[in-house]
Design a protein around this ligand. Structure first.
Ligand code: XMP
Length: 333
């Protein structure tokens, strides 16, 4: 159980000046903790691991080894962005592992959401372990743990029941015997973003909407197939692009596409065309425990529908899910 508690005297990090001071403090603390040893980090490209990576690159440069595992369930261009920002931009020591086939082979014919989560979480640890075993002289494991994670683990230790297992890909392989480096563990999410911007990370990375660890795996409903996963990825990219154009990116808390494992009859080029529906979800929430839907303008829905049905192979309808949480959850699985 986590026991780190944020001191009441700790000021909220709301400005660049406060973020700069925090960064300087953490750089000194990390250098003191790590010395000339090497540190390993699973870099998913999410806000938390990205901020930890940028902070540690500043503190210890090439002593940090980042591993980015592409589980094949990333959104369009996501892994490429990680490589662009960290390898090309910050000259990080970054190992990129394309493990798509391993994950999709294991997930073949698996339709139960919790089993899918478990497989993805466990395989992530396997791949990460294998990469770690190839490296020499790693003494520390860095993690993007933030304060709400600590509060959550305290709650779980007290026996509160969760609706979903929420496997967080990138979680600590428990059997790894490495000392932890957790430079942002006392920060709330909004503070992590302020620190991320102060570190010079791209705005769209720092203000990225939350993305579940199992990624598109829990949005390609039921047993994942490569063709449906591809359709989902393309449709989701269109949705995100249209949200950018409409000025909604960064304003709506989470928005994405879900593609269920069912087809309906449609018509295309005057012929029968059986396809999957793309389901649009756009929600707002404070803490993800409850959520309300964003009331998207019909003009935007029309545009997204036209683009998805015209541009994405295999999709013939677009549905808009207006169910709040409860009774829906944010994700469909
Ligand atoms: P639900 O679907 O439970 O989602 O209303 C609440 C928030 O949690 C995210 N989510 C996950 N995040 N691993 C994660 O790291 C998971 O397995 C997982 N399942 C849901 C979801 O995207 C939403 O932000």
């Amino acid at each position: 159980m986590q026991t780190d508690i944020r001191p009441e005297s700790m000021a909220r990090i709301t400005t660049k000046e406060l973020a700069d001071a925090f960064i300087e403090e953490q750089i000194a603390a990390v250098r003191e903790q790590v010395g000339d040893k090497k540190v390993l980090l699973a870099l998913s490209g999410g806000v938390d691991s990205s901020v930890v990576a940028a902070l540690l690159i500043k503190a210890i440069g090439k002593q940090l080894v980042c591993v980015h595992v592409n589980h094949g369930l990333m959104r369009k261009s996501e892994s490429e962005n990680v490589i662009e920002v960290f390898k090309n931009g910050l000259d990080a020591n970054l190992i990129y592992v394309d493990a798509t086939d391993r994950f999709l082979d294991l997930l073949k014919d698996v339709s139960d959401p919790e089993r899918k989560r478990k497989i993805i979480g466990a395989e992530f640890i396997n791949v990460f372990d294998e990469e770690a075993a190839k490296l020499d002289g790693i003494s520390f494991l860095a993690q993007g743990t933030i304060y709400p994670d600590i509060l959550e683990s305290i709650k779980q230790a007290e026996g509160k029941k969760a609706v979903k297992s929420h496997h967080n890909v990138g979680g600590l392989p428990e059997e790894m015997e490495m000392e932890l480096v957790e430079p942002i563990k006392l920060l709330f999410k909004d503070e992590v973003r302020v620190v991320g911007e102060a570190l010079g990370l791209p705005h769209q990375m720092v203000y990225r909407q939350p993305f579940p660890g199992p990624g598109l795996g829990v949005r390609c409903l039921g047993a994942i197939t490569r063709d449906r996963l591809h359709a989902l990825r393309e449709a989701d990219a269109i949705l995100r692009e249209e949200f950018e154009i409409a000025g909604l990116a960064g304003k709506v808390w989470q928005y994405f596409v879900v593609v269920p494992d069912m087809k309906s009859v449609g018509v295309k080029d005057e012929s029968r065309y059986e396809g999957w529906p793309a389901i649009i979800r756009a929600v707002n929430t404070k803490d993800a425990m409850t959520a309300t839907i964003e009331e998207l303008p019909y003009s935007l829905l029309h545009k997204i529908t036209a683009r998805i049905t015209n541009e994405v192979e295999g999709i013939n309808r677009v549905l808009y899910d207006i169910t709040p949480k409860p009774t829906g959850t944010i994700e469909w699985e």
